[in-house]
Every structure is written in C-alpha cells, then in structure tokens.
Design a protein around this ligand. Structure first.
Ligand SMILES: Nc1ncnc2c1ncn2[C@@H]1O[C@H](COP(=O)(O)OP(=O)(O)OP(=O)(O)O)[C@@H](O)[C@H]1O
Ligand SMILES: [Mg+2]
Length: 254
C-alpha cells in the first residue's frame, strides 16, 4: 500500500477522518444542477444540468453569452438561491441539507462575495465596511480592527480607511469589496462581473490584485465575467452556453 493511503487510513483509525478527507475532495462539487425560474405560467430554464468541480486554489473564470446562466450558477454555489434539482457540495457540505440559518452561517464563514456594483454600505467607512463581516462573525473588536486594517493594506488602500464609499473611486470601492470578501478568510470568493464598472486601468489592477491574493492566500476564486483581460489572467476558464458547460480548460502553470 502506498504510504499516503496508509496515512489516510491511520488518520481515520484515530478518528480524525473528516478534515483529512475534506482536504483531498474538491472544494465545490455541482452535480446535475438544474435551475428553472418560474414567472407565472412561464418557465425560464437557466441551468440545464451542470456538473462542475472546483479544486482548492482554483482561479477560474466563468464566461458565456448574456443569459447563459453565469449569475445563476454563482448564486447556486454561493447558497444565495436554491437549485430546482441537483446538488451543490461546498467544503464537504451538501447545501440542500442546510436550513436557512445554517446556509447563512456557511456563507458568512466560507464564502466571500464581490458584485459588479461593489455593494458597500454607504454610511460606513471603508474600514467599517470590511470590519462589518468580522463583527457578524463575532470577532472581538481589537482583532477585528487589526484584521480589517491588514485586509485594506493588502488591497493597497492604506491611508484611505476612514473614507466612505462616495469619497472613493470605483476602482477603490471594488478594492474595499475585495478586502471585505477576503477578511473573513473564506474558502472561496465568488465574483460576478467584478470589473464591469471599471475602466481599463482599474480593471487590470483589480484582476492582478485578485490573482496575487489567490497565489498568496490560496483562496479559490470563481469569477463570472465578459472581460477578456480577466479571462486571459485565469488559470482555468469555463464557458456556459444555454445553461450548460460548453467548455472547461485549465492552462498550464507559468
Ligand atoms: N430571477 C429571475 N427570474 C426569472 N428569470 C431569471 C431570473 N434570473 C435570471 N433569469 C433568467 O435565467 C437565465 C440566466 O440568467 P443569468 O442572469 O444567470 O445569466 P448571465 O449569464 O448571468 O447573464 P448576463 O451576462 O447578462 O449577466 C436568463 O434567461 C434570465 O433571463
Ligand atoms: Mg450575470
């Protein structure tokens, strides 16, 4: 028997199988995912059977024509909405088995979200926006402040912590959103069109920043995008067509 297998068996024998096995399984596993929106008498098929695994540390883009199901798939993986059929397993937990409160808890601790329109709280400063997640996580004030300051420094916003969103540029606001998505140490960041509202320079800076954070922290990223610059930077590129995966390519490293 290979030593690795023997190691796994020993860990299981010692009664610590969960973490060890979890580390080896995909971070996200979607099987037979179907989502049909019902509007009165009309049924809109958005996902028509998606099978997708994301490995820990993936830096992946999700593209496809408007209406192909990108946002729908991100929402299913993020537990923001439920599939009509099929399963999403995230970090070893089948989302279908979780109640509303458990799903909210999982989102809070395991998933970071970045949206096209930043979605910052306008009356809070950059620092308070980032700290807010840690407050929800029940982190004590001192550590909260320290970690939020570090997260903002990580995205290059040192010195701007006290500004409210209205006094930051679009690029800076999206950096705050990235800091907020990462400060809670999630397993995955789901970003829906993160560069859509940014000009070329800010879009390029943002994607470089996310790539660097992925490399440094090992956080998995899945980004819905039309942006060729974002796609060019991804290590893995997935295309959706009419609610199905039509291509899935991983590029060699380097
Ligand atoms: N809440 C909803 N109610 C009804 N239909 C919906 C809803 N959300 C999405 N759809 C439909 O589901 C399909 C997939 O939409 P989705 O928003 O996932 O596409 P997308 O790939 O993100 O498109 P875009 O590039 O324009 O953002 C589309 O036909 C859309 O009209
Ligand atoms: Mg969309």
């Amino acid at each position: 028997m290979c030593p690795e297998r023997a190691g796994t068996r020993n860990r299981i024998a010692r009664g610590q199988p969960e973490g060890a096995l979890r580390e080896r399984s995909p971070l996200v596993s979607c099987r037979g995912l179907i989502k049909t929106y019902v509007q009165g008498a009309i049924e809109v098929p958005a996902l028509r059977g998606v099978d997708l695994d994301l490995a820990r540390g993936d830096f992946a883009t999700l593209a496809g024509p408007s209406g192909s199901g990108k946002t729908t798939l991100l929402n299913m993986i993020g537990g923001l909405d439920r599939p009509s059929a099929g399963d999403v397993v995230l970090d070893g937990r089948n989302l279908a088995t979780l109640g509303k409160a458990e799903l909210a808890e999982l989102r809070l601790h395991r998933i970071g979200f970045v949206f096209q329109s930043y979605n910052l709280i306008p009356v809070l400063s950059a620092l308070e926006n980032v700290e807010f997640i840690l407050r929800l996580q029940g982190i004590a004030p001192r550590e909260r402040r320290q970690r939020a300051l570090e997260a903002l420094a990580d995205v290059g916003l040192e010195g701007l912590e006290g500004r409210r969103p209205a006094h930051l540029s679009g690029g800076q606001q999206q950096r705050v959103a990235v800091a907020r998505a990462l400060v809670g140490r999630p397993a995955i960041v789901l970003a829906d069109e993160p560069t859509a509202n940014l000009d070329t320079r800010n879009a390029e800076e943002l994607i470089e920043l996310m790539a660097a954070l992925n490399a440094r922290l090992g956080t998995t990223f899945l980004m819905g995008t039309h942006d060729a610059r974002v796609i060019a930077r991804a290590q893995r590129h997935i295309e959706l067509t009419d609610g199905r995966i039509s291509s899935d390519e991983t590029r060699p490293a380097g």
